[in-house]
Design a protein around this ligand. Structure first.
Ligand SMILES: [Zn+2]
Ligand SMILES: [Zn+2]
Length: 248
C-alpha cells in the first residue's frame, strides 16, 4: 500500500511538480496568489496621490481652483465625465500589465480571485466611497466571450460584490453591437466608438442605487463615461468607476 508520509496530497504534488511564477520564473510557494509569486504581486506600480478628484489621473503641482472641492485635471474641468468618480489600483505597466495579460489573454481566469482581493483592499482603504449597493462590469461582446470563454470584468465584479457585501448586477447593461476594440483607437475616436452603444435591459434595477462600475483598464475613460451616463439616465444615484489599471 502506498502511503503519503508527509503533508497533504497537494503538498506532495507541489513537491513533485513544482510550478513557477509566470512573470519572474521563481518557484511558487504560496498558491493563494495563483501563477504569480508574492514578490511580483508586491511590485505592482500603484497609483498614489495627488490625483484628480474626479477621473483619478495623477496630478503634479496642481492647485485647487476657487469654488472647487478637490483637485481636478484640465480634462475634467473642461467636461464633466458621466461618472461621479473614477479610481484605479495601479498603472498599466510592468507587473500589473503582465498580470492583466495573463488574466485576459492567456486563459488564467483564476486570477480574478487575487485581483479582486487587491481591488477590495484598496476599496477598504477608502479609495472610493464604500457605500454602494450594486457592482457591475462593462459588457463584453458575445464574440469576445466565445473567444475567451469567460467574462473577465464580470468575474471581478462578482468577487468584489461578494467581498464587500454588495449585489452583483449581471446581464443588465448590454452592448448593442461589436465595434472596433478601444485599444486600437485615439481619444476622439474612442468617444465616437462607444457613443450610444450601451443600454439597460431593466433600467428600474438601477434606479436610486449607488453603483460600482468595474473594468480592467481605464485609458481615456470613454467606455466608463458612456456606461455611467446610461446608468445615470436610468436614475442611478451615483456611479463610481473602479479599474485594475489606468493607462499613462
Ligand atoms: Zn514572480
Ligand atoms: Zn480628471
Amino acid at each position: 500500500m502506498i502511503t503519503v508520509a508527509y503533508g497533504t496530497l497537494t503538498d506532495t504534488v507541489r513537491f513533485l511538480l513544482p510550478s513557477f511564477c509566470k512573470l519572474c520564473g521563481e518557484k511558487l510557494v504560496n498558491e493563494r496568489f495563483y501563477c504569480v509569486c508574492e514578490s511580483c504581486w508586491g511590485k505592482i506600480p500603484l497609483v498614489s496621490a495627488p490625483y484628480c478628484g474626479c477621473c483619478g489621473c495623477p496630478l503634479s503641482g496642481s492647485v485647487v481652483m476657487p469654488g472647487e472641492k478637490a483637485l481636478l485635471c484640465r480634462e475634467c474641468r473642461r467636461q464633466t465625465p458621466g461618472y461621479d468618480m473614477a479610481r484605479a489600483v495601479g498603472f498599466y505597466r510592468a507587473q500589473l500589465k503582465d498580470i492583466i495579460h495573463l488574466y485576459k489573454f492567456a486563459g488564467r481566469y483564476h486570477l480574478y480571485r487575487p485581483l479582486a482581493r487587491l481591488m477590495s483592499a484598496e476599496l477598504a482603504s477608502g479609495l472610493l466611497p464604500g457605500d454602494f449597493e450594486l457592482v457591475l462590469s462593462a459588457p463584453l461582446s458575445a464574440h469576445r466571450y466565445r473567444e475567451r470563454g469567460y467574462d473577465q470584468g464580470e468575474l471581478l465584479a462578482g468577487e468584489i460584490a461578494r467581498l464587500s457585501g454588495a449585489v452583483c448586477l449581471r446581464g443588465n447593461l448590454c452592448k448593442k453591437k461589436a465595434r472596433p476594440p478601444q485599444s486600437m483607437l485615439g481619444r476622439q475616436e474612442r468617444m465616437r466608438n462607444v457613443r450610444g452603444n450601451y443600454y439597460l435591459k431593466c433600467p428600474s434595477e438601477v434606479k436610486g442605487k449607488r453603483l460600482l462600475f468595474v473594468d480592467d483598464i481605464f485609458t481615456t475613460g470613454a467606455t466608463a463615461s458612456e456606461c455611467s451616463a446610461v446608468l445615470k439616465q436610468a436614475g442611478a444615484k451615483a456611479v463610481y468607476v473602479f479599474t485594475l489599471a489606468r493607462g499613462e
